[in-house]
Ligand binder design. Sequence first.
Ligand SMILES: Cc1cc2nc3c(=O)[nH]c(=O)nc-3n(C[C@H](O)[C@H](O)[C@H](O)COP(=O)(O)OP(=O)(O)OC[C@H]3O[C@@H](n4cnc5c(N)ncnc54)[C@H](O)[C@@H]3O)c2cc1C
Length: 403
Amino acid sequence: MVSFEPTRAAGQARWSKFLPSAGGYADNRNYVRQGHENVAQISPWLQKRMLLESEVVASLRDQWTFPAIEKLVQEVYWRTYWKGWLEHRPEAWTRWREAVPRLRDTLGHEKRSAWEAACAGRTGISGFDDWSQELVTTGYLHNHARMWFASIWIFTLRLPWELGAAFFYEHLLDGDAASNTLSWRWVAGLQTAGKTYLARADNIAKYTEGRCVPSPGQLAGIALSITEDPLPKAGAWIEDSLWSTPETLPGTGERVGLWLHAEDLVVEKGDLAGTKYTAVNAAWPTRLAAQAGWGEVVEKWTRSAIGDGASRAETHYGVEVERGAREDLPAELLAWARKQNLHSVEAYRPFIGPWLDEGLAIERALGAAGITMKWRRRSWDSELLPHAERGYFPFWERVKRGL
Ligand SMILES: Cc1cc2nc3c(=O)[nH]c(=O)nc-3n(C[C@H](O)[C@H](O)[C@H](O)COP(=O)(O)OP(=O)(O)OC[C@H]3O[C@@H](n4cnc5c(N)ncnc54)[C@H](O)[C@@H]3O)c2cc1C
């Protein structure tokens, strides 16, 4: 059974194991096989940045010719693209967050039974029930299974896509505000106007190599049309100084702390690695965890992942790392900054999602006490995210020119 240990070492080991077979990815990746050895299975580590996209792409470029690994590289950049797209249109996230509890509370009797059956893997649809159970048991699903699952959820079971995205977000170890929300929107036909993804019985039978064969009549033959009000584009966000503060080296005697959070857990590599921090705070925010919509397994995995990042940060910077669980993280960061006599706190700015909400609350708490929050971005993000405002292919063409 697929398993994921929440350490960078385990992510590196998984990637090293897959790398020698990466050249076969393009031909094999659509098959959903037991064990999933035809795909990398590195998404939980990439999502928490326990493995960096830049490391994965660099090792592929190192060991393979570009044509052999172009498809896989393209998939890694899909993650970056979705991140950037959501930064340009954050309302896609806030609308989804607002819709989930409302839809859950107002499901009628029949829909509620269908929703419960879908989450428990009791619909009787071949494949769908297995994927539902696999997701809950392992915290992972193959990409093709995610696409089929989402399509059947929306078009066959006629359940709101928002509740499907919430089910995934609750159980996926790689659960990501951008990749998850926007992929569900893509299947539903909201990302690319008029383009839906309809799962077909023959496609499922082919790519599961006959293990799952829904009878054709069991699946919807047409996709219902879902519409929404256009999403506003965030204005001039690239120039927003809050989005990315340029690097300023601390002045002599300036005491700077680092906030470590679950959206970037390899601070010892890259843009923040050379800064001298007075102290690091990697406290676990219990209120955020209770409100984020994560299941128990995801919560535990995320907390352990932060613990792993904290240990590496401690060794790298040689300073004290705060690790306790705290209900009110902004209050905790403020008390810690005062105790450590900090002039400012730095952090990689979290992407749109729950960690950014927490980060902005921390910024307000520190600011009210005259302590500056300095947001930083990895150069990977500041170079690429601004170009993710339209479709993937213009974005990819631009990326390719730089590879
Ligand atoms: C409905 C739906 C929901 C999804 N939710 C998430 C999510 O919450 N988090 C998440 O990381 N991915 C999500 N994906 C994308 C994709 O399914 C997973 O990234 C991939 O299956 C992870 O497995 P892997 O590491 O074996 O991927 P591989 O196929 O080996 O690809 C390597 C890496 O590239 C990236 N990648 C590959 N495909 C995609 C893609 N379509 N979109 C974005 N990044 C991609 C991932 O980081 C992945 O780890 C979703 C896809 C769908 C259709």
